[in-house]
Design a protein. Structure first.
Length: 462
């Protein structure tokens, strides 16, 4: 038990204190944050875990035959012990001795290398009794204590003991604490059980062996409970404070786990709602032509918001009554875009290519795309959305005539009417998208019709 405790403490130092033990070592927090552990640390951990597994396997292998031999002598089977048991015992002691020697060599090699890399600091005084021992020195002392216990065990032989874990043989406070610690350490019980089953001659398979170990642990827990129950008076009712800190408290925790997440993200949680209004908006209108040559897109209109204001509480309250999600706290704003584009529409090769594709009578699909981009106060990523309207053949011809300005005179205006294209209402989602607004009757409000006007003017050369 002491050797196992020391080995686990040393393993913890290798995992969490590696940066303090070696130069240029990466801390455990840094390794977790970057998801990258140092290669030397991983190799040391693998080697140390291999030693622990091998030590447990040899101990259990040798102890099992030692118990059988003791039973043979106890049952009046006098004389020499089985030759196979002698050979196995000698082999186990040789391997354990070699393991101790390897441990001693590696630990001193690690210490000599690390101490040689450190600068000589004559002002630093290290005291073996003081509290300013380095992590490397602490690891050395603990590991040497582990090796001393291993050597003592080799000298006095193993202790033949039945009944599974040593700490389950008694119900005193220290044994109970040791069992609790053993039960909560991750993979410790599974590691011990698998090692014991691997090196033990048994007719049980692994799952039966694990069920047997689990039954033994449950019996020990039941023994602890029965001894605690025996210390109370017969039919003595439980005290009120126990009903409060266990019954009422557990009920409260369960209710919080069931209702807490829903309550946290509901409209009742006013602390969660933080106003995140729109601070700027961009609107772009483009025409897209899809033909056998591919997809061609040209921007016809682009402008920023002309006016942006937040509705007063009374007007916003009336509007919220018509929404399906009335209890969701929202910031309602009115955004107005100008009727004139911020940029002039000029002829170019790309627009001429678009006109040629529009004028073809083949399989051509024409669509108008209205793109929105809104920037909010608390989010750096803008919310984007798009409305698409496919043009019929008549509208496509009007668009061709509208864009054909080769022989047109200055001062004329051409128009294209598109019905139900500009959205009246839009909402910004947490996924940075511009989505439709759903009203309580499940109906969506019709979009506004748009008239696209092109005013022609000729610039005089400067």
């Amino acid at each position: 038990a002491l050797r196992l405790s020391l080995s686990l403490v040393c393993l913890g130092l290798l995992v969490f204190g590696w940066s303090a033990m070696v130069d240029n070592g990466r801390s455990f927090a840094t390794s977790i944050r970057t998801s990258n552990f140092g290669g030397s640390q991983v190799l040391v951990l693998i080697l140390f875990l291999t030693f622990i597994v091998m030590d447990r396997a040899l101990y259990n292998w040798y102890r099992a035959d030692h118990v059988d031999a003791v039973d043979a002598i106890t049952n009046d089977t006098r004389g020499t012990l089985d030759g196979g048991w002698n050979l196995k015992a000698v082999l186990a002691r040789i391997v354990l001795t070699a393991s101790v020697l390897v441990h001693v060599t590696i630990i001193h090699l690690l210490l000599v290398v690390q101490w040689s890399r450190k600068r000589a600091d004559y002002n630093m005084q290290v005291s073996l009794i003081g509290s300013n021992l380095s992590t490397l020195t602490n690891f050395y002392l603990l590991y040497v204590a582990y090796l001393i216990l291993s050597a003592v065990q080799l000298k006095y032989d193993v202790h033949a003991m039945r009944g599974g874990l040593r700490c389950t043989h008694n119900t005193d406070l220290l044994s109970m604490i040791a069992f609790r610690v053993y039960s909560v350490v991750p993979f410790l019980n599974e590691l011990r059980v698998i090692i014991d089953w691997t090196v033990t001659e048994t007719s049980l398979n692994l799952y039966m062996w694990m069920k047997l170990e689990d039954a033994h642990h449950n019996l020990y827990r039941t023994r602890l409970d029965m001894e605690f129950r025996a210390s109370t008076e017969r039919a003595e009712p439980r005290p009120v404070f126990e009903k409060i800190y266990m019954g009422v408290a557990l009920l409260f925790v369960i209710l919080v786990l069931l209702v807490g997440p829903i309550l946290f993200f509901s409209s009742l949680n006013t602390l969660l709602f933080v106003a995140n209004p729109v601070i700027s908006g961009e609107l772009a209108l483009s025409v897209q032509v899809e033909s056998i040559r591919g997809v061609t897109s040209v921007v016809l209109f682009s402008a920023g918001q002309d006016a942006l204001m937040e509705l007063d509480s009374e007007t916003a309250g009336k509007f919220m009554l018509d929404l399906s999600e009335q209890e969701v706290k929202s910031t309602i704003q009115h955004i107005n875009f100008p009727t004139d584009s911020d940029e002039y529409w000029q002829t170019s090769r790309k627009r001429q290519r678009l006109m040629n594709e529009l004028s073809q009578s083949g399989d051509v699909q024409v669509s108008m795309h209205m793109t929105f981009e809104f920037k909010q106060k608390s989010w750096q990523m803008p919310c984007t959305g798009e409305t698409v309207k496919f043009l019929n053949e008549s509208q496509a011809k009007q668009l061709v005539d509208m864009m054909n300005v080769t022989n047109d005179t200055s001062g004329s205006t051409r128009k294209l009417y598109i019905d139900e294209f500009f959205p009246r209402y839009r909402r910004l989602t947490a996924g940075h998208e511009v989505a439709e607004v759903i009203f309580h009757d499940g109906q969506r409000q019709p979009d506004k019709s748009v008239t696209l006007s092109l005013h022609l003017s000729r610039l005089d050369s400067l």
